[in-house]
Design a protein. Sequence first.
Lengths: 351, 341, 369
Amino acid sequence: MATLQTPPGASEAGAGAGAAPGGTAPAAAGLPLAGGGSIGGARSLRRMGRAITANRKATVGTALLVLFIFVALFPGLIAHDDPQAQIYPRGLTPNAQHWLGTTSFGQDLFAQVIYGTRPVLLIAFGVGLLATVVAMLIGVAAAYLGGGWDGTLNVITDVLLVIPLFPLLIIIGSYLHGAGTAVMIAVIAATGWSYTARQLRAQALSLRNRDFLNAAKVRGERRLYVICVEIIPTMTSLLVAAFLTNALYAVLFSSSLQFIGLGDPNVTSWGTMLYWAENNEAFQTGLPLWIIVPGLCIVTLGAAFALLNYAFDEIGNPALRPVRSMRARTTRLAAVNTPVARRRPRVKRTD
Amino acid sequence: MSSAPTEGFQRSGPAGRTGNVLEVRDLSVEYIMERGTVLAVDEVSFDLAPGEFIGIVGESGCGKSTLLFAIAQLLTPPAAITGGSVTFLGRNMVGLTDRELAAVRWKDLSVVMQSAMNALNPVKSIGSQFDDAMRAHGVTSKVQIAERSAEVLRMVGIDPIHLKSYPHQLSGGMRQRSMIAMAMLFTPDLVIMDEPTSALDVVAQRSLMVQIKELQEELGFAIIFVTHDMSLVSHFSDRLMVMYGGVVAEFGATRRVFDTPLHPYSVGLLEAFPSIRGPRVPLTGIPGSPPNLASIPPGCRFAPRCPKVMARCEVEPPPLYEVDGTLVRCFLHAGEERGND
Amino acid sequence: MTDPAAGRPPRAALRDTALPADAPAPAESGAPSAQAGTAALLRTEALTRHFKIGSALSRKHTLHAVDDFSLTIGEHEIVALAGESGSGKSTVARLLAKLYKPTSGEIYFQGRPLSAIRGRRAVLRYRGDVPMVFQDPFASFNPVFRVSHGIMRCLKLHRPELSAQQRREEAERVFTAVGLTPAAEVLERFPHELSGGQRQRVGFAQALALRPKLILADEPVSMLDVSIRIGLLNLMADLRDTQGVSILYITHDIASARYVADRLIVMYAGHIAETGPTEEVLSRPRHPYTQLLLSAVPDPRAPLGVGAETDRGEPPKVIDPTPGCRFRWRCPLAIDECHQVTPPLRELLPEHSAACHVARADAETQAFR
């Protein structure tokens, strides 16, 4: 029995859920995809895998991200030089030994780029996770607890939203000048959670009066249980989106901070490369790759996160999928104004 | 209530050879998705004479709403008409462009949606929505617009002072009435209604049905009324079409279908309504559930649930037979004339 | 997964079968509260719930959702609470389910007042005795979890004496009892894989697993297809007969109330308009509102009687009301007293009460035909 019994858009209800046929699928009514892991298990992972390959944005984004993660995990496999070693001839243009040339200090540029991936990714994922967790706790608590809690948490969130973040980061950064990666993660996460907290609160609010939460309350569940077990898992796709948003924001802001010299100078990362390149007038001294390549890497990583963000939106909400290809097919078919051949065998690839 | 519509808003009579307002022939609608296609409406045909009231009943998933949207040319991808024709006032509507359709829409054909709250713009007053509709069809004179707006509201029993109200300020019943008033703006030949009363309570429902019938008798337009509640149209429709699984199960004069239902599904459906008057008897409903349109079984679509199923029913799909003017798609009546299929 | 109605002869779903419409009031009119013999299972006394509305700054208006609501539910009976939207019936359900606190008045369950139920264990026990089945089969399940999640949590919370294996068996037992077979397979499904009717059955199964005394069913069939409704109504009658459960059946559909309920309470604008045995109230309605409802119900088998004035109103939102009958604006029989004094619920006939100044025990005051 099981599967979808009615075409998408034609709801099952006898009275009153009237969705226009041909429009959004029932899942689009605000409910995100169920998360993977223990709840759906292997089946939902497979489903997600298929969803990723089916969607172009998701495929490209995932491919890029996987590439960067691989580079970050195994830099030694790809670049054979020590990025910090200032032993090579200075200011070389790309050649066989140094694919990207060398810096003004005599470091191998390629090695720098490769080894510089790990710190950036650490910050991206670290901030992504931390900021999302904080946003989730604050946003969902505000929505579900309501009343005074909601008011107080909202004020805090709004204040942070209003303060311009980059100047704030600069101020904090100049106090913590030279502190390590962990501190940078903490600082960026602490200032950046407010945007996604707002989004999560909005969605939690819309879920608050859903009957399944009332049903949980009526069967005797405690409030904390309802928040953690009933509400949060239904918000998975928004949480993934929040994670990606925060990761993207972290990449850009941390690189910017490093570019203006507030990062840790001992760490080789794309941002610090830009800093040194700028200080040594890379463009003017004929070493444009020193600026261009790390810049491109930052942009590409950012794009990977952004693509994945859009892709997850589309996967979770079929209404956002591109309809152009669909429309072409359907108008072509409709123009054929003859009765369909009766009972012609239809090849159906069902799920 | 005014007796004659304002100058310029009269109806242009039905054109075409047969004089029918609407002729639907073998209309099929499919939902085309990556996984395959779902046949939501399978070769439905019927005619609609001027001023006639046809009720289309069925449960969820039977295709009645899809059929309605297909007739009104309101389908959006992934749904599309994949066969058949919809001839309205002598002109085939399938395949017309939006611009060509715009000439017909609202002037000759209008639609009343299920939930007024969804169909009305919540940030605009009723009057300005009427204004929009009329301007979109070339009426520019403010005086004419004001007069006609007040006139249609009076027709449905709403004080024209509510032209200034916003939808959320009106009650559910009043919202539905203003939707119907909006549909009356150009005195169309055909009004299509998709469950306009399902969001209302029983008293408001009743009064809205009476109102619709009065309007129809006065202005003479044809109505296609889709609902899941058979008893609602029992006193108002001329003919009744029962749909099941995307096909027409039974189609005939309303009283005939109610008094002597021919298709086992119609029988089951009628018996599934507990009665207010009359003896209290235990009822059984119809066991099972509607068919999965993504994988239609061979043979009659109602066979898995039919109390009178025969061996033949599971193998070949029955065509429409005609019994005393009623069309029924059931082998129980094989041996009668074959109706138009 | 078979429907229990398939293949079995029609069960006697009703108490008094074959009752012609014009028969005189039956002597033994299923008055179960007297039959049951024991004290009422649940009783409310002048139950009232108001909501403060208005802008966020000045909440100076009060919405009277439920006013002075007194009902009794006995054991082994189905009581229907009928009314249109805005009548307050859903608020009553939520008050009884302890989702809202009453503004005033009291609810007594098995003789003990609800306000005295404090402490997690006592509250949990009440929730186990009085569970609720919700209206919307789509929204009342968390889409992320399998169907087994809800019922296993119910069992874990309310029947801690069972082991995990026993809980599993109990879940399968109640699923089979409501007609969801094969139970083990249905338990592993996700909600979106079940039909609306099946989901409502799961709702009843969850309630049944708690071994309740009274199930609050908030419009359990209004969002289902017509042919599926009967199956669920039969299930409710079956639960009353074989599982010994009482049900408060909240609905706006009088016909289904007649089909399944022993007693009927008609609600209007937060007040009780009329109450009594179902057959009695429907065959001899005394309150003009009940008469209006009856005349408006579409019945294909009866000819259409269009009244000279077809009432088109809807129940009002009762905001800062003045004393007087709340139906007076729509009532063709309203007299001066109706505008000044709120009519109390008076017993006109045995077990049959109406809140109307004009209603008489014997005379046929027909406001709406």
